[in-house]
Design a protein around this ligand. Structure first.
Ligand SMILES: Cc1ncc(COP(=O)(O)O)c(C=O)c1O
Length: 382
C-alpha cells in the first residue's frame, strides 16, 4: 500500500525538482547576514527579552500543558492580551498559537453561508488556504487595486448578508501595501467587516510601532486586527484584536484551532511582552531600517532591477525564473549573505524572487556589497 502512495508522492516531488521548485529543509548556521529573518529589531537575543522568557518560565513552567479552555489560559496570557489591546486600541482580544492558526480560525469560523469574502489576490497562504474550503463564497480583487475592490463591493453588496474584506497591511512577499485610508473610506460607504493582517506592519510602522493602520490613522476603522508574535515581537504566537467581544466569545466556542491545541508556552508569552515594551520606544530604529531598505531599493531600480516603490523593510528582487532565484540565492550565500529564494506557489508564476527583509542587525556597508554581487551575477547571465 505504502508503495503506491510513495510512487504518487515521489512523482509530484520529481516534477517540482525538474522545474526548480523543490523545497528542502536546511540548517544554515554559517551565514553572517541573514536577510530572511523577520526579527526586525533583532530582539530574540536581547537581554530584556531573554529575561522576560526566563521569568515566565520560572513562574509558570515550560508549558501551558493544556488547552486554554481547560487550564492552559494563564495570567501571563491575559496580561499580554491586555497590553496588546491597549497598544492597538481595541477592547477585546485573544492569543493563538501561530498567525497561521489565527487566520485559519477567523476565515473558517466567522463567515457564514450567506456571506462573501473579498480578499487581495496575493493574500498570505494562512488566509488563502481557508478560502473555498467552506460554504462561504469568495472573490479575489487585483493586488492592492481598491478600484477593483470597489467594483466588487458595488456588484455584491446587496446580495450578501455580510461582506468581509481581508488584506495584509505590509505584504509579506512583496513589501508593498494598500492605501488603508482609502479602504477606510470604502468601509464607510459599503459597511463591510474589515480584517487586517498586520504581521509585517507591526513594530516597523506607526508612531508607537502599532502598524500601518496606526501610521495611516485608521486603527479605529479596522474591525478585526491580526498580528503575529513571531516577527517584530521576536517570539512565537499571534493575536486577534477587535472591539467585538461577541467575535472573541464566538472563537472561544467554535474555533478548533484554539480549543484543541495546547496553549502558547509561557516563555513565548514572556518574551513577547518584553519585546513589546522595547518596540514601543524603537521608532528611530524602525525609521532607519526602512531608510536602509529604501536606499537598497532605489539603487536596485537605478541599476535596472525589478522591485517595488514602497517605503517598507521588505524588498523583493524579481528575477522571474525559479532556477535563477535559487542560483542567485546560492551565489549570495557563498558570501555569507542569506536572502530568501521565493518561488511559486508562494508567489505567482514568473515572479520568482529574492526577498530581502531588512532589520536592525544589517550593517550599513551590506547594501553596496549585495548590489555588487547581484550585478556581477546579472552580468554573467548575459
Ligand atoms: C502576512 C502573514 N500572516 C500570517 C503569517 C503566519 O504567522 P505565523 O508565522 O505566526 O504562523 C505570516 C507568516 O509568515 C505572514 O507573513
Amino acid at each position: 500500500m505504502i508503495h503506491l502512495l510513495e510512487s504518487r508522492l515521489q512523482n509530484e516531488l520529481n516534477q517540482r525538482q525538474a522545474t526548480g521548485l523543490l523545497r528542502t529543509l536546511e540548517v544554515l548556521e554559517s551565514c553572517k547576514t541573514n536577510l530572511t529573518s523577520n526579527d526586525y529589531f533583532q530582539l530574540r537575543s536581547h537581554p530584556e527579552v531573554i529575561k522576560g522568557a526566563k521569568t515566565a518560565l520560572e513562574h509558570y513552567g515550560a508549558s501551558s500543558s493544556a488547552s486554554p479552555l481547560l487550564s492552559g489560559f494563564l495570567p501571563c496570557h491575559e496580561n499580554l492580551i491586555e497590553k496588546l489591546r491597549t497598544w492597538k486600541q481595541k477592547s477585546a482580544g485573544l492569543l493563538f498559537n501561530t498567525g497561521f492558526m489565527a487566520n485559519q480560525a477567523l476565515l473558517t469560523h466567522l463567515p457564514g453561508h450567506r456571506d462573501l469574502i473579498l480578499a487581495d489576490r496575493l493574500i498570505h497562504h494562512s488566509i488563502a488556504q481557508a478560502l473555498g474550503k467552506h460554504a462561504t463564497r469568495f472573490k479575489r480583487y487585483h493586488h492592492l487595486d481598491l478600484d477593483h475592490l470597489e467594483e466588487l463591493l458595488d456588484q455584491n453588496s446587496k446580495s450578501f448578508e455580510t461582506i468581509f474584506v481581508v488584506t495584509e497591511s505590509v505584504f509579506s512577499m512583496d513589501g508593498d501595501y494598500p492605501d488603508l485610508s482609502h479602504l477606510a473610506t470604502l468601509k464607510q460607504k459599503y459597511n463591510f467587516v474589515w480584517i487586517l493582517d498586520e504581521a509585517h506592519g507591526t513594530g516597523v510602522f506607526g508612531p508607537t510601532g502599532g502598524g500601518l493602520a496606526e501610521e495611516q490613522g485608521v486603527l479605529s476603522e479596522v474591525d478585526i486586527l491580526v498580528g503575529t508574535l513571531g516577527k517584530a515581537l521576536a517570539s512565537m504566537g499571534a493575536y486577534v484584536l477587535t472591539n467585538s467581544q461577541t467575535v472573541i466569545d464566538y472563537l472561544v466556542n467554535f474555533s478548533g484551532e484554539l480549543i484543541y491545541s495546547t496553549y502558547l508556552g509561557p516563555p513565548q508569552v514572556g518574551a513577547a511582552e518584553a519585546a513589546l515594551k522595547i518596540i514601543q520606544k524603537s521608532q528611530a530604529t524602525a525609521r532607519s531600517i526602512r531608510n536602509m531598505a529604501n536606499r537598497f531599493r532605489e539603487q536596485l531600480e537605478s541599476e535596472g532591477w525589478k522591485t517595488h516603490s514602497f517605503d517598507s523593510q521588505i524588498v523583493p528582487v524579481i528575477v522571474g525564473d525559479p532556477k535563477d532565484a535559487l542560483e542567485l540565492r546560492n551565489k549570495l550565500l557563498e558570501h555569507g549573505i542569506l536572502a530568501g529564494a521565493v518561488r511559486p506557489p508562494t508567489v505567482p508564476q514568473n515572479s520568482s524572487r529574492l526577498r530581502f527583509s531588512f532589520h536592525a542587525g544589517v550593517a550599513e556597508d551590506k547594501v553596496e556589497a549585495i548590489i555588487k554581487l547581484l550585478n556581477k551575477w546579472k552580468q554573467r547571465k548575459k
